[in-house]
Design a protein around this ligand. Structure first.
Ligand SMILES: Nc1ncnc2c1ncn2[C@@H]1O[C@H](COP(=O)(O)OP(=O)(O)OP(=O)(O)O)[C@@H](O)[C@H]1O
Length: 647
């Protein structure tokens, strides 16, 4: 595992401290409090996969948490089931409900998804209430602390069980997120369209993320039932769901520390707000921290006086208010709301994100791949020889009568195209002539209004982008579509996703099969990066690369798919002259590996120097086709497109 030493030491120290806590502090109230924080943290690890990594909003997690609690509760109440049965059952049942919700819900996004998941949560609460024959309805279910290996657990024993499962969940989530599955989750947030075109089905991995997240919520729910020793429908309500989301926002997304911190906040804050003395202490401490933070930010030139003044004034006012108030009862919710507003507005990356940026530390974007830095063969070997039969020169892709309508506009009007195997086929035309639309039709982003497209004898029309990608068509994008928060290496590894056959079990147990795939994948990805001259930048975040390098990275990522056909959409746009030279050499090498290329390009020297055949589009129609020299001297082409430029 690619965890650095100090992180590992810190984690071990943290677990040891948590384990010793109930022995040092015997107060059952505090033991229960920490236990609740740990249980909530398990939910939040899962919720962060959905919210932080895939970028979806779920308002259904309290419902899922409730399903876990009731699965355990009902099994204990009706069948006196033991712990080793109730916990796996809670995970399985909740994951199944998660799938039931995700399969239809994840067809929609944004506010619609929020509404669907919210409705789910409400329905679950109503069902728990109504299905008295199973759930005892509003009366709720009482249950005892469970027994483990024949010994009935007391508060401390159960605390340790929860701690052990927290650590297990942490390791599980950590491993999943560092594997190809985690990369798929991040990729679909970074660029859904590029994910699909790399063979990583956005829909499929959204559902995966949701189901994993639901399983964790189920486990936490079951633990919560035993912890409280009583469950009733009212616990799993809208407020609970909002609290979970708030915890992620406050703690910070894409961080396990953030989830733990978020859990601590949502458990402790309401209790602190119950007690005026505690509230005074916290608000004074907060005012001191905020003021000190503002001074540091001002000194380092990270904030202007006005920017720093508002949070300082706000926290001082809160501290002053705490001494004016005599009781908290009427003010609890308002103050909770104010604190939330403050965090959401000023700490958009959450508290952990804020601390990291204050310390000038980047979020670690390392994953399992980093272990294998020294790997990688010579660059060119990484590009697979495009296998599969068919002689050079025979058609690999054929489009007939392709029509693409957008309302009244025919972006493509009865276009025929035949791409010979092993060739570089240029597609040129003035702006808006339909070139990118053609790429989008070929890669399944648009379904053509009419016409037929066959790739290697199989129809492309109506298939999903990821299916088409996996059958051997890779592409780059006119407006670069990289996974910005991921490293160059991780971007290429997303392209290699198809080469990972390991499942969730392999990933969480780090089986030899996963280790083998991971090693091989990383070596190939590094080889591909070297092939496009980015070997040195493997661990750089994609969004930090210069524009020209980003375009080359897109080519490496596309090659990772082991395509037979590579579509390059204006690869030279925005490149400097030396970069263009490098690009031309790379495209030639790609062709020499037997990969067929369709090249959209405005740089005529690139097109004329590289292409075997050129097709010219104008207003969605093909107006000429042939060898570059012939096309260049075609009167219609000169009139439509080359006219001004050729002169
Ligand atoms: N999703 C869409 N909805 C509506 N119209 C579209 C859509 N996509 C493309 N078009 C229109 O189709 C026409 C062809 O666009 P396209 O992007 O394919 O041209 P292009 O040849 O790639 O141009 P450029 O070189 O500027 O990228 C344009 O008029 C464009 O506005």
């Amino acid at each position: 595992m690619a965890v650095n030493r100090s992180q590992a030491l810190l984690a071990v120290a943290g677990v040891a401290a948590a384990a010793l806590f109930p022995l040092v502090l015997h107060n059952p109230y505090y033991i229960h409090l920490v236990e609740t924080i740990m249980i909530y943290a398990i939910v939040l690890f899962g919720l962060d996969i959905v919210v932080g990594y895939t970028g979806l909003v779920s308002l259904g997690h309290a419902g899922l948490f409730g399903i876990g609690a009731y699965t355990a509760g009902v099994l204990v109440f009706k069948l006196a089931a033991p712990l080793w049965l109730t916990l796996p059952a809670a995970i399985a049942v909740t994951a199944a409900f998660g799938a039931l919700l995700a399969l239809p819900a994840l067809r929609v996004t944004g506010p619609y998804l929020a509404m669907v998941t919210l409705a789910f949560g409400t329905i679950i609460q109503i069902l728990i209430n109504e299905m008295s024959f199973l759930t005892e309805g509003p009366m709720g279910i009482k249950l005892d602390k469970p027994a483990l290996l024949g010994v009935k657990l007391d508060e401390v024993g159960y605390y340790w069980v929860v701690l052990a499962l927290l650590v297990a969940s942490l390791v599980f989530v950590h491993r999943v997120l560092r594997s190809h599955l985690g990369r798929a989750f991040e990729a679909l947030r970074g660029s859904p369209v590029a994910s699909d075109c790399m063979g990583v089905s956005v829909y499929r991995y959204k559902v995966h993320a949701f189901v994993i997240s639901a399983g964790l919520a189920g486990l936490a729910g079951a633990l919560y039932a035993y912890s409280e020793q009583y469950i009733s429908p009212n616990t799993y309500n809208f407020e609970q769901t909002v609290l979970f989301l708030l915890a992620i926002i406050m703690g910070g997304r894409k961080t396990r520390t953030g989830a733990l911190l978020g859990a601590a906040i949502i458990v402790m804050l309401p209790k602190l707000l119950d007690d005026i003395d505690a509230f005074r202490m916290v608000s004074v401490a907060m005012a001191v921290i905020v003021t000190a933070g503002a001074v540091v930010a001002l000194q380092r030139g990270k904030a202007t006086a006005v920017q720093a003044a508002i949070p300082v004034a706000g926290s001082l006012a809160l501290a002053a208010l705490s001494f004016v108030l005599t009781t908290m009862t009427d003010w609890r919710l308002s103050i909770f709301g104010l604190i939330t507003l403050f965090v959401v507005y000023y700490l958009q990356d959450g508290i952990v994100g804020f601390i990291r940026s204050a310390l000038n530390r980047q979020r670690s974007v390392a994953d399992d791949a980093e272990d294998t830095q020294a790997l990688g063969s010579a660059g060119a070997d990484a590009v697979s020889q495009a296998a599969a039969g068919g002689a050079r020169g025979e058609p690999l892709l054929q489009a007939q009568g392709v029509l693409m309508r957008f309302g009244g506009l025919k972006a493509l009007n009865e276009v025929d195209l035949s791409i010979a195997r092993g060739s570089i086929h240029g597609l040129i035309g003035p702006n808006g002539s339909g070139k990118s639309t053609m790429m989008n039709v070929l890669t399944g982003i648009y379904v053509p209004t009419a016409g037929a497209i066959t790739f290697d004898g199989r129809s492309v029309v109506g298939r999903t982008s990821s299916d088409i990608a996996l059958s051997g068509i890779a592409r780059t994008f006119q407006n670069v579509q990289l996974f910005g928060e991921m490293t160059a290496l991780q971007n290429v590894l997303v392209g290699l996703h198809h080469s990972f056959k390991s499942g969730l079990l392999d990933v969480s147990l780090h089986t030899p099969r996963y280790a083998r795939e991971n090693l091989r994948g990383t070596a190939r990805a590094l080889g591909l990066l070297r092939f496009v001259g980015l070997g040195e930048l493997a661990h750089e975040q994609a969004r930090n690369l210069p524009y020209g390098k980003q375009r080359l990275l897109e080519i490496a990522r596309a090659l990772a798919l082991e395509p037979r056909l590579l579509l390059l959409d204006e690869p030279a746009a925005g490149l400097t002259a030396p970069d263009i030279k490098e690009l031309i050499a790379i495209i030639r090498k790609v062709r020499d590996h037997g990969i067929t290329v369709i090249l959209i390009e405005h740089h005529m020297d690139v097109v004329m120097g590289l292409c075997d055949t050129v097709s010219v589009l104008d207003f969605g129609q093909k107006i000429a086709e042939g060898a570059p020299a012939a096309v260049q001297s075609d009167a219609k082409v000169i009139e439509a497109y080359l006219g001004g430029q050729a002169a």
